[in-house]
Design a protein around this ligand. Structure first.
Ligand SMILES: Cc1cc2ncn([C@H]3O[C@H](COP(=O)(O)O)[C@@H](O)[C@H]3O)c2cc1C
Ligand SMILES: O=C(O)c1cccnc1
Length: 639
């Protein structure tokens, strides 16, 4: 038997015993609320099933970027010239300014780069793993991209790589790829595996123009019609419309599955590689975790076929393991939280929170107080924003390909008045709570906040005082915190101590939103319409948002309750809008319903990733990578 057949033969479904025991325990600690952790729950349970351990160590991560060229690039299906593949490979290993470098650094992964078939001399590139199959594939629009033997070789190379890194102690693989025109290949693979037509899967790749997209769609159609790949024959699909780097990634997936190790998928390209692996060994999907829903058109279909649910949508159009690096840190966080939860109540972790209590006073808040904040709200620093945007547009990646991460970076630049906000900015979490906070909530808040590097203040509200008192309490503490912490998560929890978690969100939704999710009331009416129990919390959050924005902190929202309050605050005071980051469901699609700062903490992680992009990546000029020749990048990017 060859390595491929041997590997396929030992792939078993992941063990579900550990996972189902953990599911039972989770249900018990979370008092039967299966939605509490949303998709973090299945992220955790899938990971436990893969490892077969109840409390696995935090995974050792290895990012592996497979690079290869594509004959179909000759058809003009990309916005960038084919030489970009080798130039980016140099960038990873010489300038070290690719997204892959920045995101591996962000999530603490080792970075390996493999030449699977770059159409250029790569002999001078240090540390490049040479596994070259040929100088690029043949043009699939004119015949098969490679021979069946080459397809097997690409996959077996991926299996070898997986075995090697697993032998070195890595247990979580983050594959990525670099290969101009490879979204044409991944779209074709997806069409075959999902039974779709070219227009359903052809996406904009490196941000190509409408005209080029039409051409790309026709080329995919032509490649499928000419080559007739067989949907149940993974090697045939790879040979006819694949790529060497996609074959290697399929192999890494098979190799990892055979050794019961995890692979976190990134965008449409890695998902297409996974479809090849799935066609060869259906059980390998148990070892896959999805990270994000990317913008490439085929991605939604491939994830569905793989039966995987993404954790986030950041409008990424890149690859290079960016989204999977983010998911890897979320996996770390949920593993920590699970350790903590499983040890309750005997063995709680320390929760060194600052505690603040509302005074019994009713301060005078008048329209004048309010006016003061609104009139003296700082403008964003437009120059810093413009310079930051220019730098991002010229980082060595397709234009706009890092989606919301780019927007976060620009907004932060405007808020702090510096075109290059740094990594590791000080951050805090302000959690409004009732008189008492349960050990469960405290432990969860601590686990996620610690992971995000945030200091926590628990601000205890008091009933029976006018809303102005709560407003002032929120204002005062956000103001104090925002003097030292440029990043501030705002959340609430256990306002009604007898109600289950998530009640604040559901009550505020019922009272303040219409059926379609839009706001039901005008800005000056909604507080009277808020259920009395929640009026202090709502007033405190409004005060906190206005004060934090006034002091130029970047505000990260938490659960749906804070989302609703913030949307009304934005209506009341539109000037706060640019200071607010809507985390879920705008970026995270985890459906977490637990309040208390979990979502805001994950938002801090996303913000940190944006800072790694900005500080870790280098520009086209700095790395000598070719700029766009089509699409919006063509007129903006400068060599
Ligand atoms: C500078 C640069 C860095 C990249 N990093 C990933 N890609 C991504 O874009 C390419 C696929 O898009 P298409 O099919 O339109 O060519 C792949 O290389 C993919 O990894 C990049 C592309 C460029 C230009
Ligand atoms: O989703 C991906 O993998 C992707 C999307 C655009 C460009 N390159 C890769």
């Amino acid at each position: 038997m060859s390595l491929l057949e041997q590997t396929i033969a030992i792939i078993r479904p992941a063990s579900h015993e550990t996972a189902s025991a953990a599911a039972t325990r989770l249900q018990q600690v979370l008092e039967g609320d299966d939605t509490a952790l949303g998709r973090l729950r299945s992220l955790l349970l899938r990971y436990l099933a893969i490892t077969g351990e109840r409390h696995p160590q935090a995974p050792e991560k290895c990012t592996i970027i497979a690079c290869a060229d594509h004959g179909v690039a000759a058809e003009g299906v990309s916005a960038y010239p084919a030489e970009t593949t080798v130039q980016m490979t140099r960038n990873y290993l010489i300038s070290r300014g690719g997204a892959a470098n920045a995101f591996a650094d962000y999530c603490g992964a080792e970075l390996l780069v493999v030449d699977m078939g770059i159409a250029a001399d790569t002999s001078d590139i240090p540390d490049l793993i040479d596994a070259r199959i040929a100088s690029g594939t043949a043009n699939m629009a004119q015949g098969p991209a490679m021979t069946r033997e080459q397809a097997r070789q690409a996959i077996e190379t991926g299996i070898d790589i997986a075995n090697q890194v697993i032998d070195e102690g890595f247990d979580c693989l983050l594959p990525g790829e670099m290969g101009i025109a490879n979204t044409t290949a991944s779209a074709a693979i997806t069409a075959v595996c999902c039974g779709l037509a070219a227009p359903d899967v052809a996406g904009r790749g490196t941000n190509i123009s409408d005209e080029r997209l039409q051409k790309k769609t026709r080329i995919i159609e032509q490649a499928l019609a000419l080559n007739q790949p067989q949907p149940h024959d993974g090697l045939d699909i790879l040979a006819k419309v694949g790529g060497f780097e996609l074959g290697a990634i399929a192999g890494m997936i098979l190799g990892a599955a055979a050794r019961q190790r995890t692979v976190i998928l990134d965008g449409a390209n890695t998902a297409a590689a996974a479809l090849i692996a799935q066609a060869l060994a259906p059980d390998c999907v148990d070892y896959l975790l999805a990270s994000h829903q990317g913008a490439e058109k085929s991605h939604v279909h491939s994830l569905k076929k793989l039966g995987l649910e993404p954790l986030m949508d950041l409008d990424l159009k890149l690859g290079e393991a960016c989204g999977s690096s983010l998911a890897a840190t979320m996996l770390d966080a949920v593993l920590t939280a699970w350790d903590v939860l499983d040890k309750l109540p005997q063995d709680p972790i320390e929760t060194p929170f600052h505690q603040e209590y509302m005074r019994h006073a009713a301060p005078k808040i008048t329209d004048k107080t309010f006016d003061f904040y609104l009139r003296t709200m700082q403008d964003l620093d437009r120059d810093a924003m413009e310079l930051c945007q220019q730098r991002i547009d010229n980082l060595a990646k397709p234009i706009y390909s890092l989606g919301y991460l780019e927007q976060i970076a620009v907004e932060l630049a405007g808020i702090i008045g510096d075109e290059l906000p740094e990594c590791g900015m000080d951050r805090a979490l302000l959690v409004f709570t009732g008189r008492h906070t349960s050990p469960l909530q405290s432990q969860l808040t601590a686990a996620f906040a610690t992971h995000a590097g945030a200091e926590v203040t628990l601000a205890h509200l008091r009933d029976g005082l006018p809303p102005t008192a709560a407003f002032d309490f929120g204002r005062e503490h956000a103001e104090l915190l925002s003097l030292s912490y440029p990043l501030l998560g705002l959340s609430l929890t256990e306002i009604d101590e007898d109600a289950p978690f998530g009640t604040a969100a559901s009550e505020l939704r019922a009272a303040l939103l219409k059926e379609d999710g839009s706001l039901r009331y005008a800005a000056d009416e909604f507080l009277q319409q808020t259920p009395e129990t929640y009026q202090p919390a709502v007033s405190a959050i409004i005060g906190a948002i206005i004060a934090a924005a006034h002091n130029s902190s970047f505000i990260l929202l938490d659960d749906e309750a804070t989302e609703i309050i913030a949307r009304y605050t934005e209506l009341l005071c539109p000037a706060v809008r640019p200071y607010i980051l809507h985390v879920q469901p705008a970026m995270l699609q985890t459906g977490i319903t637990l309040p208390g700062g979990i979502i805001a903490s994950l938002g801090l992680g996303i913000t940190e990733a944006a800072m790694h992009m900005l500080n870790g990546m280098r520009t086209f000029a700095e790395t000598k990578v070719a700029v766009a020749s089509d699409g919006p990048g063509a007129s903006i990017q400068k060599k």
